[in-house]
Design a protein around this ligand. Structure first.
Ligand code: GKR
Ligand code: MG
Length: 434
């Protein structure tokens, strides 16, 4: 006899954590010594636990406390109904609420994602199937990721040196080293690729004036040759004329250019001039942005992110839209641990087309909260979990330690500008800089 109802949600545990993060530089400033994440545990009346991980932010944490009141007693299979309940309570969210920073600051998309992934973890456990099967089934056994290089100051996070190990070798040593010049970026790339086996490389830009960053890309191209695809992401701080000048110089060098300029109109104007494909996680970032993106031709590649697009199923919907309207789909990342990585891998395995290796910040992290420790990359790829649900389980001891970090570190939301001002007094984020 097939059970028609339940399991029902009996409790939701929300745990903010702080994970060690190196002093990485970006257009909005500097990473704090800790990156914040929230771990959600949904527990059912028959004691099945589903987990998820989203970026940490005290406002989202508060909203999740309200979510707990709304969802206790709900059937975990009724994800459509759960979504309606959440929308009715929190209202809709405009794309502008994303903000101008490189990362998304909306509340509702994060809540949808946290709740959906944890419920799907439970559904998978009930059915004895991995999440990828709930997304329509896997099209590949492993999912490729790209090296993600950053300009950085010296140190590996936690007060810029706490976990620096002078005896470290290989990637562990490179993770601690400063990287500001093209030569240091090449060293970082070699160490990361040799440790993880990545076969493509992304450089986070928007930190220094364009000439310096473009020279680093040209140096990477010279070092690795055309067989290693390169991407470059100035996080939309270039003016249109800068995008034209340096975009033309980089023709034939890049696999794609990510958010060189700000807004769909500027991206569309640049796209008419350049042959290099343009990618975005900054101008087409929600379903409301799609009609105009298609109308004016804002980009070639949309970088999905299940934390920012409202979950895994929403990301599959995005994949369908991309297929219909001639966009490629790839994946964006922020600092994260293994629960997010597992969800990204399930999604990556289910996407109908995967022309590009996905982004991940994972190599920059050293903490982990899943049983068995850090997830292994083989030849730059992660094997798709085959156990029911997400296929990873929460390590409660690690969770308690990382929650203690959160309580002790005093951070409550990401603010890279404030961190940068500690190093460069008076530094200000400018949404368009060069
Ligand atoms: O972690 O510094 C960072 C990145 O700049 C991140 O915040 C961006 O959201 O990786 C991201 C991107 O591709 O824009
Ligand atoms: Mg980006």
């Amino acid at each position: 006899m097939i059970k028609q109802k339940g399991p029902l949600i009996s409790d939701i545990i929300i745990t903010p954590i702080a994970i060690v993060d190196p002093p990485l530089l970006n257009a909005a400033g500097l990473h704090a010594p800790y990156a914040l994440r929230i771990i959600l545990e949904i527990i059912t009346d028959d004691q099945i636990t589903g987990i998820s991980e989203i970026p940490g932010n005290v406002d989202i944490e508060q909203a999740l406390i309200e979510v707990r009141e709304l969802l206790v007693g709900k059937d975990v299979f009724q994800l459509n109904q759960i979504r309606q309940v959440l929308t009715a309570s929190f209202g809709s969210e405009s794309p502008a609420e994303r903000g101008e920073a490189p990362w998304d600051q909306r509340k509702l998309v994060h809540i949808f994602s946290a709740v959906e992934v944890a419920c799907m973890d439970i559904i998978g456990k009930v059915l004895g199937r991995p999440i990828v099967d709930l997304l329509g089934g896997k099209l590949r056994d492993s999912v490729p990721f790209s090296a993600y290089l950053f300009y950085k100051y010296e140190g590996a996070g936690a007060e810029y040196g706490f976990d620096v190990n002078p005896a470290a070798q290989g990637w562990e040593a490179a993770r601690q080293k400063a990287a500001l010049t093209p030569a240091e970026i090449i060293m970082q790339a070699k160490a990361m690729c040799s440790e993880f086996g990545f076969k493509s490389i992304k450089l986070k830009g928007g930190v220094f004036e364009p000439r310096q960053e473009v020279d680093a890309i040209l140096a990477l191209y010279k070092e690795f040759g055309p067989e290693v695809p390169l991407r470059f992401d100035p996080n939309a701080v270039w003016k249109l004329e800068t995008g034209i000048q340096y975009g033309k110089e980089l023709e034939g060098v890049l696999e794609y250019l990510e958010d060189p300029v700000r807004g769909q109109e500027n991206m569309a104007a640049l796209r008419k001039i350049l042959k290099t494909p343009l990618a975005t996680n900054m101008c087409t970032t929600s379903f409301d942005n799609i009609p105009n993106s298609i109308k004016i031709g804002a980009e070639d590649i949309i970088l999905s992110d299940h934390h920012f697009w409202g979950g895994l199923k929403a990301s599959m919907t995005l994949a369908g839209i991309c297929e219909t309207f001639g966009r490629d789909l790839s994946m964006h990342s922020n600092s994260h641990l293994g629960i997010s990585l597992a969800a990204m891998v399930h999604l990556g395995a289910a996407l109908p087309n995967l022309p590009y290796a996905l982004d991940t910040h994972y190599p920059w992290q050293s903490d982990e909260i899943i049983m068995g420790g850090r997830i292994k990359f083989v030849d730059g790829s992660v094997a798709v979990p085959t156990d029911p649900g997400l296929g990873v389980e929460l390590d409660k001891v690690a969770l308690a330690k990382l929650h203690k970090n959160y309580l002790n570190c005093g951070l409550t939301k990401r603010n890279d500008e404030i961190e940068m001002q500690k190093v460069v007094p008076g530094w200000k984020f400018q949404s368009t800089r060069w």
